[in-house]
Structure formats: C-alpha cells, structure tokens
Design a protein around this ligand. Structure first.
Ligand SMILES: *Cc1c(COP(=O)(O)O)cnc(C)c1O
Length: 364
C-alpha cells in the first residue's frame, strides 16, 4: 500500500494540512472557544449564499444525506406536496426520503445526461397548483452535470412555491446566492468543496420558514427548527457536537477565504477540470457530458470499448501510482468518474494523466 492516495472522488476528499491539524484539539462542548467557533462557522456559511438578516444556518451531525432528510422533514409541512426534479441518483434519493417520511410527492424524471427540463417544470407547476415545494440538485454528482439552478429558482419563485436545493457538491465552488436565485433552503456538507472533514452537514434556510416549521418534523434528532432554537438560545447543540469536525470546518473556511472564496476555489476546480478533460480526450477517452453541461466538480468518462479494459485493473493500477478514482453510477453505460475537487491542483492532474498512460500501458 502506498501512502494515502490523492482522492479524485466526490468526497471525502484530500484536505488541506491546516484542516487535519485543526482536529488535534479536544474541545469540550461548553468551551467558550468552541462555542465561538460554532457561531463563526454558522455566520460564514450563511454569508456564502445569503443575507444573514433573513437566513440562518443550522448545523446537523452526520453525512450530507442527514441534512437533506432534516430539511425535507422540517420544512415541508405534513400536508405539503413535493415535486422532486430527478436526473440522477441524488434526485432519486430525495424522492426516496419523501417516500420514507410519508410526504406526498411526485417526480419529474429526466435523462441522466440532460439538465432538468424547464418547460416540463413550468407545466407541472401550472397543472398541479397544490405543489408546495420543489426539490432540486445543483450539481448532480452522479454524472457531474450542472443543473440550471437559477432558471429553476426563477420558475419556482414566479409560481409562488418554495425551493429546497441539494447543493452538496457545489457549495463553496459554484456561485449561488438567494438574492438572484431565490430559495427557501440550501443543503450542503463539510467534506466536499469546502474541503473539511466528513461528519457534519448544514442547511442555510430562511429564518422565518425554519421558525414557522416548529413541531413539523417527523424526527427528534433531525428537527432543524429545534436545533436552530437551541443554537439561538445559548450556542449549544442539542446532542453531542462533532467537535473535531467543527474545528476542521472552521479551518477549512479560513483556507477557503484565503483562496479567494467561491470565485478562487471555483477557478482552481475549473482549471483542474479543463486540464483533465483535455488530457483524457487526447488519450482517446470520451466524456459522458458535452462541455456546457459539465460542472467543474467531477467528470464521467466512458470506459474504453476495448474488451481488454477492466475497470478494476485500471483502478488498481492508478491506486498503485497514488490516485483513487471512482466507479461510474449509471445504469445504462459503463463509465468511471474522476473528481476535480479537494486539495488537487493542475500539477496533480498532469501527474494523474501520466499515471493513466502507465495504467493503460500495463493493461494492454
Ligand atoms: C455527496 C452528496 C450528497 C450526500 O451524500 P452523503 O454520502 O450523505 O454525504 C447528497 N447530494 C449530492 C448531490 C451529493 O453529491
């Protein structure tokens, strides 16, 4: 086994040294330094996407899905009606959450290599006046597809409905702001484009909606309204806080700001993605998506048609050279994925392309 490989995956990711070092302190949950850190992180997370006068950040222990489930369970009234926009596994996961929670829902299903269809969205909302909430995925990590979130938000707002965005793999790297893309809530986690450690998710939601949802949640631990009330009251979490993960997220936000925030981080990821796509195409690989639909987060490549190609052998050969890639997640075509996010720079992508050459040579 080589040392930890560079993670070219959708998360967890290779993190900055400062993030890993920040986890070396054992804070008590009532430690004033920890309470201040939590307040600082919550404020900064809101400021990345919305006006803190109207929006609040609720942190939630667990992976990103816990926060998605908390947002749906807290914000959609029990007699609400949800429209789920699906063009990949994460849209389907939100549909599954609605089913498990018993929230009435319908789905608008699009092909996985196409953006959500805006005409269909408009038509479904016009026809079904009782739909209260629309659930959308910003970057569909299944393929790496960038959904037209601004246009989706414009339609949902004009139709007078509420929008909940799963921006898990976009938050911190792709621009999103409630001022131009109206949303009730956006959900993300510590360990993707923010480059923190895994273990905490968060929801940035309209404060009035979160407060009005009191008593609505189907779950005690995933009740965002109750969690917000406790943060507001004394800065404490209701249950054991992930102290080390929060210290890591605080450090990650400092690194993010020093890199130039969303713009700086997005620029680095775009450069990684461009270099990766260009280099792989030069080696005969084809991307699943055309460039205009590709988010600079993770790229899906078709597996070579050569029958001697084996993903497992390719994976192992790259791993032995210090790179972890990711299998595809599509049902119809054989693919694999390579991430552009985390502590990855253009020079790493260049080294990765050399490793691809070596792996392909070993395969044939
Ligand atoms: C990673 C991700 C999630 C959450 O996944 P977890 O494994 O629960 O952290 C949700 N939606 C999208 C789009 C993602 O990329």
């Amino acid at each position: 086994m080589p040392d930890a490989p560079l993670l070219l995956t959708p998360g967890p990711l290779s993190t900055p040294t400062a993030v890993r070092e920040a986890m070396g302190v054992d804070y008590g949950s009532r430690d004033g330094r920890f309470v201040a850190l939590v307040g600082r992180v919550r404020r900064q997370l809101v400021e990345l996407v919305a006006d803190p006068a109207d929006y609040a950040c609720v942190l939630m222990q667990g992976s990103g899905t816990f926060s998605v489930e908390a947002a749906i369970g807290t914000l959609v009234p029990r007699d609400g009606h949800v429209l789920v926009l699906i063009n990949g596994a994460y849209g389907r996961r939100m549909e599954e959450i609605c089913r498990v929670l018993g929230r009435r829902h319908r789905s608008l299903v699009c092909a996985e290599h196409r953006p959500v269809c805006l005409h269909s969205l408009e038509r479904v909302l016009t026809r079904h006046r009782d739909i209260t909430h629309v659930l959308a995925v910003h970057c569909e990590t299944t393929t790496g597809l960038l959904n037209p979130i601004e246009a989706i938000a414009e339609i949902v707002a004009r139709q007078g409905r509420q929008l909940i965005i799963d921006a898990m793999s976009a938050f911190g790297a792709l621009p999103l702001n409630a001022a131009t893309t109206p949303f009730e809530a956006v959900v993300a986690s510590s360990n993707k484009c923010l480059e923190g450690a895994p273990g905490v998710g968060f929801v940035v939601g309209r404060r009035d909606a979160l407060e009005a949802a009191r008593g609505n949640a189907h779950s005690l631990s995933l009740d965002l309204s109750d969690q917000l009330a406790r943060f507001d009251r004394d800065g404490q979490w209701r249950f054991t806080p992930p102290t080390h993960v929060m210290a890591a997220l605080d450090a990650a936000l400092t690194v993010h700001r020093d890199e130039g925030g969303v713009e700086g981080r997005g620029a680095r990821y775009r450069a990684n993605c461009a270099r990766l796509v260009e280099g792989m195409r030069a080696r005969g690989f084809r991307t699943l998506l055309p460039d205009p639909l590709q988010a600079p987060i993770i790229v899906t490549f078709h597996q070579p048609e050569d029958p001697s190609f084996s993903f497992d052998v390719f994976y192992d050969a790259l791993y032995a050279r210090g790179f972890a890639i990711y299998p595809g997640k599509l049902t119809e075509v054989e693919t694999f994925r390579v991430g552009c996010i985390g502590q990855v720079y253009e020079a790493d992508v260049a080294r990765f392309l050399e490793a691809v050459d070596a792996a392909m040579a070993a395969l044939s």
